[in-house]
Design a protein around this ligand. Structure first.
Ligand SMILES: Cc1cc2nc3c(=O)[nH]c(=O)nc-3n(C[C@H](O)[C@H](O)[C@H](O)COP(=O)(O)OP(=O)(O)OC[C@H]3O[C@@H](n4cnc5c(N)ncnc54)[C@H](O)[C@@H]3O)c2cc1C
Length: 292
């Protein structure tokens, strides 16, 4: 039923690195919600599998002494959705994790798998982009930290070197402190659907109620998740309000390059991207205390 050649369960991160060094073409498996589907449909066949799912050291969320939030790569969507630290400091990530698949997928699927599969529609990826997440990778050469924007190389391809596994997703303190965000997934139905487009926004207002900093990232607006830098620059220093939301959205759609697919046309995705930017910034500003 599942077409694989060999299966090894790593006993530790070091063991995983050793197993990957022994079998350089092995497929890493975390929750398996992408990998097992491919093996069953024979999109992947006769592969060597290295499972890291048993590595509890890669599970859980920790607030570091410097204020960074460390999310172990095997942390499930359900865990992220309900985690106290996430809900207190970065509730926008809880919102994103809560939109993935159905309950079973949220229990088995991991943030590591969601960011390592390189897929543009991945629900947590755009929020990780908007929060300037740092990807931690561990391999035979040691530990590397890569900004998420550089981690995605092209559709389906991320910067993981042979023998490396992703060990954590780190949300730096400066990227979330005093920021308020909103995640939106546009899909054809509410449950168990892949995003036609998704959009994560966060904003920090200054003491005068002006926008000190706004961030926006999309999924399915290009081959990989992406930020819309023109939108972020356009509203910097503007008073929070409706005008800012519209200027933000007008600039955002200049940065994106969605495609036509069976799910939606390019024109429709651009239309949705504009609307989600307006709503995303408006709701983020409200959450930050602005009256709009
Ligand atoms: C029915 C169904 C519904 C779904 N709905 C959604 C949805 O709504 N939104 C969404 O975003 N996704 C959805 N998915 C896709 C999938 O559940 C997610 O992408 C999930 O995050 C994958 O995590 P996983 O742990 O199961 O990854 P796996 O399947 O184990 O791995 C996925 C990929 O990442 C690599 N990988 C995983 N972990 C690591 C690591 N720590 N280090 C290095 N490489 C690693 C694997 O080698 C593989 O290439 C759905 C899947 C199914 C089957």
């Amino acid at each position: 039923m599942f077409d694989f050649r060999s299966y090894a369960a790593a006993a530790s991160v070091e063991d995983a690195v050793r197993l990957l060094a022994e079998k350089p073409n092995a497929v890493i498996m975390a929750g398996g919600s992408d990998v097992l589907i491919k093996m069953r449909s024979r999109d992947m066949s006769q592969v060597d599998v290295v499972s890291i799912y048993g590595l509890d050291e890669l599970r859980g969320i920790r607030l570091e002494p410097n204020g960074d939030i460390r999310i172990g790569s095997l942390t499930s969507f359900s865990h992220i959705e309900h985690d106290e630290t996430v809900n207190r400091l970065i509730p926008v990530l809880s919102q994103a994790a809560g939109t993935v698949g159905g309950p079973q997928i949220r229990n088995i699927g991991t943030i590591g798998g969601n960011t390592c599969n390189g897929v543009t529609s991945a629900d947590t990826a755009s929020t990780c982009f908007a929060l300037d997440a740092i990807i931690e990778l561990t391999g035979s050469e040691g530990v590397r930290h890569v900004p998420i924007v550089g981690f995605y190389l092209r559709a389906g391809k991320v910067d993981i070197r042979p023998t490396e596994i992703q060990t954590a997703v780190i949300i730096p303190r400066d990227s979330y402190e005093n920021c308020f965000g909103h995640y939106q997934k546009y899909a054809m139905r509410n449950a168990m659907d892949i995003a036609t487009l998704n959009c994560s926004v966060n904003v920090r207002l200054n003491a005068d109620g002006a926008i000190e900093r706004a961030r926006i990232a999309y999924g399915v607006a290009g081959p990989v998740p992406m930020r819309a830098g023109s939108a972020e620059a356009a509203v910097c220093g503007m008073p929070a309000g409706e005008d800012a939301a519209h200027i933000f959205a007008d600039a955002a759609i200049r940065d994106i390059n969605p495609r036509d697919s069976w799910r939606a046309s390019k024109a429709f995705r651009i239309h949705i991207a504009h609307e989600l930017a307006v709503r995303g910034l408006t709701e983020s500003m409200r959450r930050a205390g602005a009256t709009i």
